[in-house]
Design a protein. Structure first.
Length: 77
């Protein structure tokens, strides 16, 4: 299988405004087609999100970015 094409979604501006970005993340995840993924960029490691999506059959990888944020890739296998 080829590597998914990831679209970034930076939730830091939403969080800075005091907005909960889960519904926006959910919409992006639900819209993924085969071969697509989403990269969530957050100021903290979104462990509950990782566990939730893992339970729904998503794979994930994460990395700490040089700016201190976390980037988490989600995709279905």
């Amino acid at each position: 299988m080829s590597t998914p094409k990831f679209k970034p979604f930076d939730v830091r501006p939403n969080l800075a405004r005091g907005e909960e970005p889960f519904d926006l993340i959910r919409a992006r995840v639900d819209a993924l087609q085969p071969g697509q993924g989403v990269t969530i960029i957050a100021p903290f490691m979104p462990a509950p999100l990782i566990e939730l999506l893992k339970s729904e059959g998503f794979e994930s990888t994460l990395e700490r970015r040089p700016d201190g944020a976390w980037a988490v890739n989600f995709w279905r296998t």
